[in-house]
Design a protein around this ligand. Structure first.
Ligand code: CAA
Length: 299
């Protein structure tokens, strides 16, 4: 299927919400890729599109009636889409976004309200939520509106967060008589430090986009209606580099969450040394010396 055909086949609302974002990307013709099928598939809870170049996958959470509450069906669709985009050699980065009013208002309270410990334990409830953290391609969260509870946690599972100036971040589980269950007591601490994380988790209050940026949770804040476009623009930039190098960058930065400084530095140095076995490192440094743009082969 040609890219034009894929664009034409996209649902109108999905086109409208991401069109301005797509237009900011470099307009070249993308050949059909495994991800093209995602854009025409009939989804219940998400929408999937590709940037004009076909190099950035855009996944939009789309459950407006429940402010994108993260029901189990939504997560299965999300995992499916991210997995396919991640495995598509034509795609270099992914943007995960929501709706203007809500990135996601958390786990689906109504779905889980009457579940019980033993069943949750046996089924490893929420276990499948972390699949997105296994993606090798960079995933950028573009957050507008509420990112609460599981919504904030999902944004933190991405590699970085761009926020619209209407974004609100919080871990309000305490108000429901429970606690964060997908990283709000762990990733948040790594992102903003103990004191700020403790305040958010214990108070159930919300941070504005500005506060979240000041705390280091968010990389940048943009006017709300441009945040998806800005995320796609960054995705295009990332996708213009060697996929081997971007994958290694992401792996090295994420390892810093898990390892001691000495182990992390060791891991980083080994990966750095390993890049010298790649064609892209040879090409990148040769192109620099020859004052020309590098032609990456992702090898
Ligand atoms: N689960 C299920 N449904 C939700 C939901 C959620 N997390 N958040 C919102 N909704 C539903 C509402 O029930 C409502 O549905 P109805 O029209 O059928 O009543 C609809 O979405 C619109 O919501 P509101 O009328 O409440 O909208 P509002 O603008 O007045 O308030 C809000 C917005 C402040 C986000 C409010 O909806 C809210 O507080 N939501 C819950 C936020 C929350 O507690 N999240 C944490 C969930 S627990 C969790 O995520 C655990 C974890 O760590 C994994």
């Amino acid at each position: 299927m040609t890219h034009a055909a894929v664009r034409a086949a996209r649902p109108a609302t999905a086109r409208a919400s991401v069109l301005s974002a797509i237009r900011r990307g470099n307009a070249t013709t993308a050949s059909a890729s495994p991800s093209s099928a995602l854009t025409t598939r009939s989804w219940e809870y998400i929408k999937v599109s590709l940037s004009e170049t076909g190099k950035v996958g855009i996944v939009q959470l789309n459950r407006p009636k429940a402010l994108n509450a993260l029901c189990s069906g939504l997560f299965h669709e999300l995992n499916d889409a991210i997995r396919t985009l991640d495995n598509d050699p034509a795609v270099g980065a992914v943007v995960l976004t929501g709706l203007p009013k809500a990135f996601a208002a958390g786990a689906d309270i109504k779905e889980m309200a009457n579940t019980h410990f033993v069943d949750n334990y046996k089924s490893n409830f929420l276990g499948h939520w972390t699949e997105i953290t296994q993606a090798r391609k960079p995933v950028i969260a573009a957050v507008q509106g509420f990112a609460l509870g599981g919504g904030c946690e999902l944004a933190m599972m991405c590699d970085l967060i761009y926020a619209g100036d209407n974004a609100k971040f919080g871990q309000p589980e305490i108000k429901l008589g429970t606690i964060p269950g997908a990283g709000g007591s762990q990733r948040l601490v790594k992102a903003v430090g103990k004191s700020k994380a403790m305040e958010l988790v214990l108070s159930g209050n919300m941070w504005s986009a500005e506060e979240a940026e000041r705390a280091g949770l968010v990389a940048r804040v943009f006017p709300a209606d441009t945040v998806v476009a800005e995320a796609v623009k960054l995705g295009e930039q990332i996708a213009s580099y060697s996929q081997v190098a971007t994958q290694m960058c992401k792996e090295a930065v994420n390892k810093s969450f898990e390892l001691s400084l000495a182990e992390g530095l060791h891991f980083e140095r080994r990966l750095f040394q390993a890049t010298f076995a790649t064609k892209d490192q040879k090409e990148g440094m040769k192109a620099f010396a020859e004052k020309r743009a590098a032609q990456w082969t992702n090898e």
